[in-house]
Design a protein around this ligand. Structure first.
Ligand code: ADP
Ligand code: MG
Length: 257
């Protein structure tokens, strides 16, 4: 109720909702994978979605990026319902950065070309400017020396950091990260999560799924627990992780801790 009235007053700044999901439903055939999801992500917020394998986390992120259509509900990006079939999909995707678990970089393109591709082709930024931005970002993550290399020269952790940098190169309104460390060797996980922490510090708005509970505790503003396609519990990390209420969350945490 209070969220609706805030919106009605046109609240802006730090309180503005970047993403609002209302009654989101998605089925694959008879299988209801998302069963009425409501979720609000405000500017500069980081939400970590946790839940067992198959609970619907990836599908949730895919619906936001319009990679999966929905059966019912609304997906409001800065107040516009992007689930409306009349919305131009490419225009929406240009506003959202996405990184998946693996295979994010184009193997036949250099690191620099990977990072500049969207800026140049989707956003119409000139080559010189796009490359200057890309080199600055690569510098910041300590990978400037790999600008002209192909992705297979990089470790998995380095590739994921490039993929994240690529996703933010066009300054998206929202960053979606789906288990970006799950495919990595344990010793490479930290460098990727450190970059996500750095992005949060800079104010990036992030909706992510992760199995890294220690990270979620330290970085998430809110943790959302998904169980069989429903948000059955959510709150600040201390509430959700230290005082879980729902039996499924208690069971889940006993397995991942
Ligand atoms: P999570 O990311 O939490 O592991 P997913 O969103 O990947 O869960 O999957 C949720 C459920 O939806 C699973 O049962 C999965 O098998 C099913 N599912 C996902 N994608 C498809 C698809 N394209 N076609 C049919 N079933 C799917
Ligand atoms: Mg998944």
């Amino acid at each position: 109720m209070s969220e609706v009235s805030q919106e009605a007053r046109g609240t802006s700044g730090a309180e503005a909702a970047v993403l609002e999901l209302r009654g989101l439903r998605k089925a694959f055939g008879e299988h209801e994978v998302l069963r009425g999801i409501d979720l609000t992500l405000r500017r500069h917020e980081v939400i970590c979605v946790i839940g067992a394998s198959g609970s619907g986390k990836s599908t949730l992120l895919k619906t936001v990026n319009l990679l999966e259509g929905i059966d019912d509900g609304e997906i409001l990006l800065q107040g516009t319902d992007i689930a409306d079939p009349r919305i131009a999909v490419d225009g929406v995707r240009a506003r959202i950065g996405v990184v998946f678990q693996q295979f994010n970089l184009f193997p036949h393109m250099t690191v620099l070309d990977n990072v500049t591709l969207a800026s140049r082709q989707v956003h119409g930024v000139g080559r010189a400017q796009a490359e200057a931005t890309a080199r600055r970002l690569l510098e910041r993550i300590g990978l400037a020396e790999f600008a002209d290399a192909y992705p297979d020269r990089l470790s998995g952790g380095q590739q994921q950091r490039v993929a994240i940098v690529r996703a933010i190169a066009s300054d998206p309104e929202l960053l979606l990260l789906d288990e970006v460390t799950s495919a990595l060797d344990p010793q490479l996980v930290g460098e990727v999560l450190d970059l996500v922490t750095e992005l949060k510090r800079q104010g990036t708005t992030i909706l992510m799924t992760t199995h890294e509970m220690h990270f979620a505790r330290n970085v998430a503003d809110r943790i959302v627990f998904l169980h069989r396609g429903e948000v059955v519990e959510q709150g600040v990390p201390a509430e959700v992780l230290d005082a879980p209420q729902h039996p499924a969350l208690i069971e889940f945490l006993s397995r991942v801790h």
